[in-house]
Each structure stands twice: as C-alpha cells, then as structure tokens.
Design a protein around this ligand. Structure first.
Ligand code: HEM
Length: 414
C-alpha cells in the first residue's frame, strides 16, 4: 500500500505526522485511511497530540466501552485533571452545551435521552415520509427546467433543516437563520479553531438560546402537536426537563439534525455519479435503495471523528491511557477496515458485510439515525428519478472543515 507523500508514519513508535488542513488529505481522506490500515491502524497523531483508532473492532468496542465517556467532569474535578477553567468569552456556548446529550454521561444522559427518545423516535419519524417526498419534489420543480443546479444550496441545505424545524415545532421561515447559527456554532468543534470562531459561536449560542426560550414560552402557553411540546410535557420517573435542558436539547437536535445530513446528501450523490452505476438499478426498490444509502454512509461518512475521555486507567492495543486522557475514534476509517470489508475503497452497494459505524454505537448512538436514514432513502431516489441523465457539471470541491466531510458546492447538469 502506497503512503502518500504528505503522510509520514513511524511504525516503530506508531507516530504519524499529517496536516489535517492539507487539501490532498481532506479532499480524499480514504486513501490516507487505507495507508493507515495497512501500516499503523492505531497511531499517535503528532499535530493533534492524541492517540487515534481506525480499526473497526477497536472503534466499535471503544464506542461501547463504559471505561470511556464523552464527559469526565461528572467524576473528576478540573484541578484533578489539570484542565483550565472554562473561558468566560464562550460562557453562553458552554451553557447551551451543558445539557446536550453529547456532553452527558449516565445517569443524567439516561434520563434526558429517555425523555427525548420517547417523544422523538416513536411518533414523529415514519409519518414524515409523505411530506418529505413532497418537499423534495417541490424543490426539484423549482430548478428542473434550468437543466443545471448547485445542489447543496437548492436542495441538500433545505431538506434536513426544514424537516427538523417542522418536527421540533420551529417556524420553517427560520430555516436560513438556523443554518447561520448552526454554521457559526459548529466551528467550535473544528481542529485549529480561532478566537474569531469562538466569538462567532458565542454570539450564535446566545441568540439561538434566546430564540429557543421564546418558542418554549409560546408552547407552554399554547401546546401543539410537536416535539418541543412533547419534551415540555413528557415526564420520566416524575421529572420534567428543566428550561436549560430544553434549550440544550433543542439546540443539539437542530444542529445535529441537519449538518451531517446536508453533507451526506451531497456525498451520496457524488459517490453515485462517480461510480458510473445506473441509478435506476441502485434505486430499483426499497431494499436496494437502503443498501445504496448504507454503502454511501460507509464509504463517505459526513462526520469522521468522535472523541472519548478515559474515565479510568485502561490499556487498548498496547497503549496505556490514564484517567483524563482523550482518545479519538475515526468512524469513517473504521468503515474501510479491510478486515471487515473486502475491497473497502470500492462502492459496492450489494456487499453484505459488517454494518457501517457512521451513526456510532453504544449509549450515544445517533438518536436521529432513523430520521437521517428516512431522508436519504426518500430524497435520493426522487432526485435521480426526476432528473434522468444527472451528471457532474464541475469537479466538486471538498469543504476545508475536516473532521466534517462534505462538499462546498455540487454543480450538476442533466
Ligand atoms: C447522516 C446523518 C447523521 C450522522 C452521520 C450522524 C452521526 C452521529 C454520530 C456518529 C453520533 C454519535 C456520537 C458519539 O458517539 O460520540 C451522533 C449522535 C447524535 N446525533 Fe446524529 N447523525 C446524523 C443525523 C442526525 C440527525 C438527523 C439528528 C437529529 C434529529 C441527530 C442527532 C443526534 C444527537 C442528538 C446525538 C447525540 C445522542 C447521544 O449522545 O445520546 N443526528 N450522530
């Protein structure tokens, strides 16, 4: 297996040097992941100063391993871990994150997730299928006659935010504003964020939280059949969500609810067009469509890295971690492990191998996976059916936001 020139691997120390902002890497991370699988699947990334795992079995078991958590401050103090005090200039961001499902561990996580889950999955997802199809068709009606489109702005950006806003009960006309807040907000999760990113995220968190509070007040006064009303009124063992919990949960659902799905619609369309396969075969019935969607999620996942804290001393793959160490799991690389997937870089929807790990595993498994899967399974076949002869009008450019993986533009013609 060739090692690309911008990647340096010391197999003795398992140290890797790789600039995440190098376009040769983030435009085509799969080639690097293949080299890492061949030479050094568990590695210390010098620039990130952390151990990373790419092996499927390691990533899968670490996601489920209760000796690791997304949070550690529930069992250890900042002093004990030698962590700096929280920055005051991102106080509103921290408050909005305080009760995010992604920032909690049991028992708080279990309570919150149970409350959201009940209202979320059971009643609201499947029944959105007809309106999802209607929205996709309406958007295509708007550009079908043009014979060309920039798909992200005209289609992918609009569908997930509209659906999650409807589901929560946020007015649809807030869509563009929600996208702006969300884009500013998620810059906090990127490698090498700047003070400007932090100030932007702080402003977005404040405005976003204030806005959500006004909608919560409206729903308290005037309940409706939407997720926010359900979250306000659903109880678990006699407890209701507090105002801060409602704000955090609404924000995490709105952000997570569209960002990854937007990227994945673009990534899927691109991989299907690149594959040269006939869309009529790939979407010929529901079962085949499902396999096409899952293969796209495997080979070009929209979010690559998730981190965990070691909650106690633990050794994995010969590496000793102490309490308070952080590890990174590259889900998108685990999906390419040659020990699990034959010819892993090939797009082969008919493969019947391990499930992809793009939605994670264990207690933090993506709560929105049923919604994201429904969106992909409904809108992709409609797009390819309505626009026969769909092709790339220009080579797509990958966004410079690794560890998210998505496109800047997707110019198509038919
Ligand atoms: C293709 C689209 C999506 C992908 C690839 C994706 C991926 C993921 C992954 C990998 C996790 C687990 C993170 C971890 O273990 O550290 C996660 C968690 C989560 N996702 Fe998604 N997601 C997608 C769409 C959605 C949607 C549509 C929603 C909202 C409706 C959503 C809401 C969430 C939430 C709230 C969590 C946190 C769950 C918890 O911590 O218990 N996601 N997602």
């Amino acid at each position: 297996m060739m090692i690309p020139p911008f990647l340096s691997i010391d197999t003795t120390t398992r140290h890797v040097s790789l600039d995440a902002s190098n376009p040769a890497f983030y435009s085509d991370p799969n080639t690097v992941y293949a080299a890492l699988h061949a030479h050094c699947p568990t590695f210390y990334w010098e620039q990130q100063k952390q151990w990373f795992f790419t092996g499927y079995d390691h990533v899968n078991s670490l996601l489920r391993d209760r000796r690791f958590g997304r949070q550690i401050l529930h069992i250890a103090s900042r002093e004990e871990l030698d962590l700096p005090e929280p920055d005051k200039h991102v106080a509103n961001f921290d408050l909005a994150e305080r009760y995010s499902l992604l920032e909690l561990e049991p028992p708080e996580h279990t309570r919150l997730r149970t409350l959201v889950n009940r209202a979320f999955v059971s009643r609201h997802v499947e029944r959105m299928k007809p309106e999802l199809a209607e929205l996709a068709n309406k958007l295509i009606d708007g550009f079908e006659k043009d014979n060309e489109v920039e798909l992200l702005s005209a289609f992918s950006d609009i569908i997930p935010v509209t659906m999650i806003a409807r589901m929560i009960g946020i007015p649809e006309e807030m869509g563009p504003q929600l996208l702006k807040w969300s884009h500013a907000y998620i810059r906090m999760y990127l490698f090498g964020r700047t003070r400007e990113d932090e100030d932007g995220a702080e402003r977005a968190a404040k405005e976003f939280s204030d806005y959500v509070k006004t909608v919560i007040a409206e729903r308290r006064a005037d309940p409706r059949d939407d997720l926010l009303t359900h979250m306000i009124h659903t109880e678990h063992k006699g407890q209701y969500l507090t105002e801060d919990e409602l704000v955090s949960t609404t924000i995490v659902l709105l952000n997570a609810g569209h960002e990854a799905t937007v990227h994945q619609i673009g990534n899927s369309v691109r991989i299907i067009l690149d594959s040269g396969r006939d869309p009529a075969d790939l979407f010929k019935d529901e079962a085949t469509t499902e396999r096409t969607v899952e293969e796209s999620l495997r080979i070009c996942a929209p979010v690559h890295i998730f981190q965990r804290w070691a909650l106690e001393p633990v050794e994995i793959d010969g590496i000793s971690f102490k309490r308070g160490d952080k590890v990174s799991l590259i889900l998108a690389a685990a999906n390419l492990d040659p020990a699990k997937f034959s010819d892993p870089l090939a797009f082969r929807p008919d493969r019947n191998e391990a499930p992809n790990l793009s939605f994670g595993a264990g207690i933090h498994f993506c709560i929105g996976a049923p919604l994201a899967r429904l969106e992909l399974n409904v809108v992709l076949p409609i797009l390819f059916e309505r626009l026969p002869g769909l092709r790339l009008a220009r080579t797509p450019v990958v966004k410079d936001v690794y560890h998210f993986h998505g496109l800047d533009r997707l110019d198509l013609a038919w």
